[in-house]
Design a protein. Structure first.
Length: 87
């Protein structure tokens, strides 16, 4: 984990990602890059995703975040996350 000001950057191994969300890393579908955004207003974001390529339906993590992962048209996986109390 790296951090500068309020912007953390986390590196995660392919094995760790695969163990957490099987099939999320799929070179055949494009990039193996994943961007994870912590934000407020997850429900509004989900409403705007429409029929995107959902990699992981909304879930509640062990650390309390609501998350959803989608694959962007360029192949990059994007995770949207909201922590409790940030709605």
């Amino acid at each position: 984990m790296l951090q500068r000001d309020n912007a953390p950057v986390m590196y995660q191994s392919f094995a760790s990602i695969e163990a957490d969300i099987p099939g999320m890393i799929d070179p055949a579908k494009g990039s193996v890059t994943t961007i994870y955004l912590r934000l407020t207003g997850l429900d509004e974001i989900k409403a705007q995703l429409l029929a995107g390529d959902v990699v992981q339906e909304e879930r509640l993590t062990f650390y309390g975040a609501r998350e959803i992962f989608v694959r962007a048209p360029c192949g990059t996986t994007v995770g949207f996350s909201e922590m409790p109390g940030n709605r």
